[in-house]
Design a protein around this ligand. Structure first.
Ligand code: 5GP
Length: 177
């Protein structure tokens, strides 16, 4: 275990690069099996999911498309949850098999607020893939179809996830000490 500092806080290694990468390969294999013969559209939610989306996408063995959208920002260490709008969703989702790609589902509010906007466009199917999930933090229950890791209700950084802008470049995931 190694302790790192991001801004004023100390974080301890929680998931190693190896463990993360192995799990993502498994998720990609499962998704590839489930979507065999189809051509799903992956919608990755920025900023946090950029690394996960890239690694997941490159391990898919099916034809697939990807786009990146931005919702509300996450300030400090508590989920703000106020999703205002989505930027960058140019594709028409009608009749498409859509897979949402998230870094972490905490209270569930972000996706709870955003899913109706997507469903309004009548995709053929809609599933959610999240690298991390905090079951204890759930306030808005969602059906998560692909989960990388269920984690305790503690703040994490690394592998795309930030603490006030920093920590996204870490290859591992760290938990607040
Ligand atoms: P929710 O709406 O499910 O409560 O929160 C989802 C968003 O909150 C995530 O996409 C992420 O941006 C942020 N978030 C939730 N928990 C954490 C955490 O432990 N660390 C970081 N860096 N962001 C988090």
């Amino acid at each position: 275990m190694s302790i790192i500092k991001v801004h004023d806080k100390s974080f301890d290694t929680y998931l190693s690069e190896e463990v993360i990468q192995q799990r993502i390969k498994e998720m990609a294999a499962e998704i590839s099996r489930d979507y065999a013969g189809k051509r799903p559209l992956f919608i990755a939610i920025l900023n946090g999911s950029f690394m996960f989306a890239a690694d997941l996408f490159k391990h898919l063995s099916i034809n697939a498309e990807i786009c990146f959208i931005k919702l509300a920002s996450y300030k400090g260490m508590k989920s703000s949850g106020n999703v205002v709008t989505s930027i960058g969703l140019e594709d028409d989702l009608f009749g498409k098999d859509v897979v949402i790609v998230e870094d972490i589902v905490d209270t569930g509010k972000t996706l709870h607020n955003f899913l109706p906007k997507l469903l309004h466009q009548q995709p053929k199917s809609l599933k959610i893939a999240s690298l991390l999930h905090k079951p204890e933090a759930t306030e808005y229950p969602l059906q998560l179809d692909y989960i990388g890791f269920d984690i305790p209700n503690k703040f994490v950084v690394g592998y795309g996830l930030d603490y006030d802008g920093l920590g996204r470049n870490l290859k591992e995931i760290y938990q607040l000490v």
